[in-house]
Design a protein around this ligand. Sequence first.
Ligand SMILES: Cc1cc2ncn([C@H]3O[C@H](COP(=O)(O)O)[C@@H](O)[C@H]3O)c2cc1C
Ligand SMILES: O=C(O)c1cccnc1
Length: 353
Amino acid sequence: MTLNTLFDIPPLNTKLKSACQALIDNKTKPLGALGLLEPLALQLALILTRSENHKIELGIPQLVIFAGDHGIAAEGVSIAPSEVTGQMVANFSNGGAAINALCQTLGWQLSVVDCGILVKPELDLNVISQRLGTSTNAFHRKPAMERATLERGFDLANALINNMLEKGTNIFAFGEMGIGNTTSASAIFSAISLLSPKETVGKGTGVSDEIVMKKQALIADALSLHHKQLDTPIGVLQHLGGYEIVQMVASMLTVAKAQKVIVVDGFIATAAALIATQLAPNAKDYMVFAHCSGEQGHQKMLEYLEVTPLLNLGLRLGEGTGAALALPLLQSAAAFYNDMASFTDANVTEVNG
Ligand SMILES: Cc1cc2ncn([C@H]3O[C@H](COP(=O)(O)O)[C@@H](O)[C@H]3O)c2cc1C
Ligand SMILES: O=C(O)c1cccnc1
């Protein structure tokens, strides 16, 4: 597969827009009274239905966690060493992480993908192997990865998601695990937005102010080292990204190309969404932004993308937790769209003019 085949994403079926909006407006409630659930229902209808008489049918939702290790972690940019990435992968497989508890409660199907972590997971773990290496290069010294590695990551993720699409999945969320990956996500955001690292770097797992300054300095070094290669989204991803971020970008593009729903998680997932939308602007139409995380920089990233998140719970975990939590809101939007009566049907006096 060449990368470009994923950039050609069909626009939403805007011919349906006024009919679906009218259907929402004619339901027995004051205009707009269901708040953000209303544009959410409209978006779901435009993605998943083919006429205003059709219901929104959400299938079994699929959450995929992509894990990868980062060379930059050796600079001490996190509260944890890189080994914790692999330990958490085992924890996901054994059902003991926050995301397991949420998926279990909310009904997400969960898959875990090793995109390239320090030590290969034990064979008895339920982990899909799509390894691109053992760790990226520290990006303040070298490109995070080779271009061919990025392309291989696109192929692997594309094949995995196409397989899930063939089973009928129409709602996806992507989580990540990778010690040091908030530094990578901030670098990506700075390279694309041209905001200084001071504005894009936060505390990640909860590092000290001193480490925050170190993260900023490492990113500033990387931006100046690679500046000639940062003028395309693929250049940014190759030089500053991570193996898990590459596979998230490709997965998002694959889902958008298939015209299904992507629920976007926190800071790192939104950095992947940022690259995906730079590569294919129409991809944004298929994305629901689940939440604004506690990571400083996430709100600015959402503003840069001109999107409104559904939740603001101060989460700062990743793993797909924020995306998982948004599922009941998507289900509620579909439920009111599918099941509420119109003023005419219910014999209620039309109040919306
Ligand atoms: C035990 C543990 C579980 C996690 N689950 C997600 N993350 C989150 O923290 C990491 C990013 O933050 P930073 O850039 O500061 O390393 C990612 O792995 C992310 O998924 C975790 C981090 C830890 C330590
Ligand atoms: O917003 C996130 O996704 C996030 C924030 C801090 C650490 N890991 C993830």
